[in-house]
Design a protein around this ligand. Structure first.
Ligand SMILES: Cc1cc2nc3c(=O)[nH]c(=O)nc-3n(C[C@H](O)[C@H](O)[C@H](O)COP(=O)(O)OP(=O)(O)OC[C@H]3O[C@@H](n4cnc5c(N)ncnc54)[C@H](O)[C@@H]3O)c2cc1C
Length: 390
């Protein structure tokens, strides 16, 4: 695959020399420690836990965490983006570093007390503590205000009851941010808090590692809480301000998904351009048919436009200026494009595109969820539409 942003020869202006060096290091790491094993992990439904501690040793976890906790000490989302791009580049969709680095890290950096930082950040960076965030429930996904999991006060502690589903890193995780209702008398978004559940807490059980259409090596699981006693020191952020904390952090989660989407488009186009050059029909390469050329030209153009928008969004995020609306636009548009690209690229492969052994079929299966999780694209359009006063 070409470097990010160079699909049609145009250079991304986003990255600087230090990001290229980080990319080279990440690429070498993934080639050695991930690529040879990923098929096996897909069969097993989960990555090897050792990959996390190995990544920690190479500085691929917590790039924005202070060096005193073992992190990289640089708050620059471009490093996060590089890592996601490199994972997608080799189809390593099961490795949950993006969830850990891009989605969970801001909660542990911005909402934690000094004591909590000491407890969780060193393990976060070394890979000994794998993280997850559990918002969705069987009866509440898009409508998060409808969650039923409760964390009832009992003296200084909370007693957690309920269940979560679709939790990424659900089986491997050691530290899980759980969204729970701490005040059942307050309606909707009020009365919701974030509490941290840790591996081994009494009453905390994991359910199935869910059998998905794609992302086969990613452990996505159900979690169950039966009178789990959560010490007050495991409250994250302010009590009853959990919904606000989610709103503050969801833009970065959505941007991370958009990074994966654009990288996915670039990879699928590259695979397909190679394929249509080599496959012949009616005595000529199928890439030379006008339909193939126009289809690929159209999608390459849209992908390039997506990359430009994404670069701008990453720059805004780094400046602390990325709005929820722009993040929703980026997530919605790039992931819809990813599905369009995936479908067209399978079509251009003909029957071979439907064969599991061809990388485009895996890319197609892995793409489908992108418009669903992190807030569905319909919810993204709701956010955008409401911002227009509609
Ligand atoms: C692989 C995978 C990993 C995931 N990882 C996590 C995770 O780590 N943590 C976590 O908490 N969750 C996770 N999720 C859950 C994900 O965020 C939810 O699936 C998603 O938010 C949608 O919720 P739902 O599945 O309940 O669908 P529903 O909310 O039931 O939606 C069903 C359909 O109704 C539409 N809809 C709902 N409300 C509206 C509306 N107001 N207007 C228009 N259309 C609407 C939706 O867009 C969708 O098309 C993951 C999901 C998957 C599949």
């Amino acid at each position: 695959m070409r470097e990010a942003g160079t699909l049609a020869g145009m250079q991304s202006t986003l990255y600087e020399a230090e990001h290229s060096a980080f990319r080279d290091m990440a690429r070498a790491f993934l080639a050695k420690h991930v690529a040879p094993f990923h098929d096996q992990w897909e069969t097993e439904g989960m990555v090897d836990r050792g990959i996390w501690t190995e990544a920690g040793k190479h500085g691929l976890l917590g790039m924005d965490v202070d060096e005193s906790f073992g992190g990289g000490g640089v708050r620059d989302f471009r490093y996060n983006a590089v890592l996601v791009e490199e994972l997608i580049r080799i189809g390593a969709t099961g490795v949950g570093f993006g969830l850990h680095n891009d989605v969970v890290a801001p909660y542990l950096l911005n909402l934690t007390t000094e004591d909590q930082k000491q407890r969780w950040l060193p393990g976060f960076c070394s890979g000994e503590l794998i993280t997850a965030i559990a918002m969705s429930e069987p009866a509440a996904g898009s409508d998060l205000q409808g969650i039923r999991t409760t964390a009832r006060r009992d003296g200084a502690d909370f007693i957690l009851n309920g269940s979560k589903t679709f939790v990424t890193n659900g089986i491997l995780s050691d530290v899980i941010i759980v969204v729970a209702r701490t005040d059942v008398d307050k309606p909707g978004a009020q009365g919701i808090s974030l509490v941290v559940v840790e591996r081994g807490m009494f009453g905390f059980e994991r359910g199935r590692n869910l059998d998905k259409v794609g992302l086969k090596a990613q452990d996505t699981a159900e979690l169950f809480f039966d009178d789990v006693r959560i010490p007050a020191e495991n409250l994250l952020g302010k009590e009853n301000a959990g919904f606000l904390h989610l709103m503050e952090n969801l833009p970065q989660e959505r941007l991370s998904i958009a990074v994966g989407a654009v990288a996915g488009c670039e990879r699928m186009l590259e695979i397909t351009v190679d394929y249509v050059k080599g496959r012949t029909a009616f005595g000529r390469p199928i890439g030379s048919f006008q339909n193939s050329r126009f289809t690929l030209a159209d999608l390459a153009t849209k992908t390039q436009i997506a990359r430009v928008f994404l670069d701008k969004a990453i720059t805004s995020l780094n400046a602390g200026e990325l709005s929820a609306i722009d993040a929703a636009m980026a997530k919605y548009w790039t992931t819809d494009l990813q599905n369009t690209v995936a479908d067209a690229c399978v079509q251009l492969h003909g029957g071979y595109g439907y064969m599991s052994e061809y990388p485009i079929s895996k890319a197609w299966r892995d793409s489908r969820v992108q418009s669903i999780y992190g807030g569905t694209n319909e919810i993204m359009k709701e956010i955008i539409g409401r911002s227009m006063g509609l």
